[in-house]
Design a protein around this ligand. Structure first.
Ligand SMILES: [Zn+2]
Ligand SMILES: [Zn+2]
Length: 389
């Protein structure tokens, strides 16, 4: 006999909630999922009426669900937001060109205007061309620096007040763990902030409405709502370190689903002492303190150096010395602080909703393990693979 939904006690349960194991019906799942995100938005004052908000849209499941939920909540609760979709075309054939087609359909489905900015038009180089020159190693670092700036430029052109990204609780838990493992106190401090102000760029705040939302629930929501999203992994993406952090968290989640939210909540409670320097990082620390923001002399982007990171990389690409540019951004100081920045850039490259080296497996399992009626899902969810930037 089918089990009744523990929430409404009237309809049959359709899934086991990944977050807490509750057997609930589809309708109650939608309601709980949307209400929890609404609660996150309201209690953290993410927006104010009249705000123009860009949704960073890659066509992957996180950002597609984000666009859908933002639209639903904006209409339902009268947030008064002016929504835009903002996509970056890195120029990766067979990946980004296809995922952008998905975003274009989302634009029509949700009636939200879309802006696409391309690496080629902004920088003169597509990722395919960059990879041809620098190879597969470290290309994510380039891509991350360029994407971050491209998103900022898009926000600037759209004149938005805020940008929202599809970072979910799993992404944030991974980032917390990675920052602990690397001893990157600065990033550890900032990575759980629900709104971040970039210390470079055009200072357009970025908000994460999915901060407490489980990735598996995003997959289930997309699946049950039959949302149109793109599910192929970036051809150049593997970030081995994040992949390991992800695997570890997935293993822990299996034993205890609460783990993900606990990591995020723990990190929120960390207290950092201002005057404590970390081991041999004093030079780096004081350099960080001295950072004053100025404009890049070449492109005008806000930067702490004469040249912004993107321009340093571009100079390397144009001179054919791009590999060197990876380890120097205007000063030749190959110390640990620099390495941290390079690693940090890698980290931020993965931070705009790049979820998943392994989510091909994860999302398929997520659907299978949490749906009561598995037979129909088995047929449909095999195309449900990975993600996005
Ligand atoms: Zn129900
Ligand atoms: Zn520049």
């Amino acid at each position: 006999m089918p089990k009744l939904c523990v929430q409404c006690n009237s309809r049959n349960a359709a899934l086991k909630r990944p977050k807490n194991g509750a057997m609930i019906c589809r309708e109650c799942f939608f309601e709980l999922f949307e209400n929890e995100i609404h609660e996150t938005i309201v209690s953290n004052h993410l927006f104010k009426p009249g705000d123009k908000v860009a949704i960073a849209a890659s066509g992957g499941k996180d950002s597609t669900v984000l666009a859908h939920v933002m639209k639903v909540l904006n209409d339902r609760h009268g947030y008064g937001l002016d929504l835009y979709l903002l996509s970056i075309d890195e120029g990766i054939k067979g990946y980004r060109d296809d995922s952008l087609e998905t975003v274009k359909r989302n634009r029509d489905q949700y009636q939200i205007p879309l802006k696409i900015l391309g690496y080629k038009e902004l920088y003169g180089w597509s990722m395919d061309e960059i990879v041809q020159q620098i190879g597969l190693k470290n290309n994510c670092t380039f891509c991350g620096v360029f994407r971050r700036q491209a998103l900022d430029r898009g926000c600037e052109q759209l004149r938005v007040d805020k940008m929202v990204t599809g970072h979910n609780a799993d992404d944030i838990a991974e980032t917390v763990l990675m920052n602990i493992l690397r001893g990157d106190i600065g990033r550890l401090q900032r990575c759980v902030d629900i709104i971040t102000h970039d210390d470079g760029g055009f200072n357009i705040p970025r908000a994460k409405p999915f901060k407490y939302t489980y990735q598996k629930e995003i997959v289930l929501y997309a699946y049950f709502k039959k949302l149109d999203y793109f599910s192929t992994e970036c051809s150049y993406s593997p970030n081995a370190y994040r992949g390991h952090a992800r695997e570890l968290i997935k293993d822990l989640e299996q034993l205890r689903p609460q783990t993900i939210i606990d990591i995020v909540k723990s990190a929120e409670q960390f207290r950092f002492h201002k005057n404590e320097t970390v081991h041999d990082d004093e030079e780096h620390e004081s350099a960080m303190k001295k950072r004053t923001l100025t404009k890049c002399i070449r492109c005008g982007y806000i930067s702490s150096q004469e040249l912004c990171r993107a321009c340093v990389f571009l100079e390397g690409l144009n001179k054919g010395t791009a590999r060197l540019a990876l380890y120097s951004d205007g000063q030749s100081r190959p110390n640990r602080g620099k390495q941290n920045e390079v690693q940090a850039a890698t980290l931020s490259s993965t931070s705009v909703g790049e979820s998943n080296v392994s989510s091909a497996v994860t999302s398929y399992d997520a659907v299978q393990n949490h749906i009561v009626d598995t037979t129909s899902v088995m047929k449909k969810s095999t195309q449900d693979k990975s993600l996005e930037w």
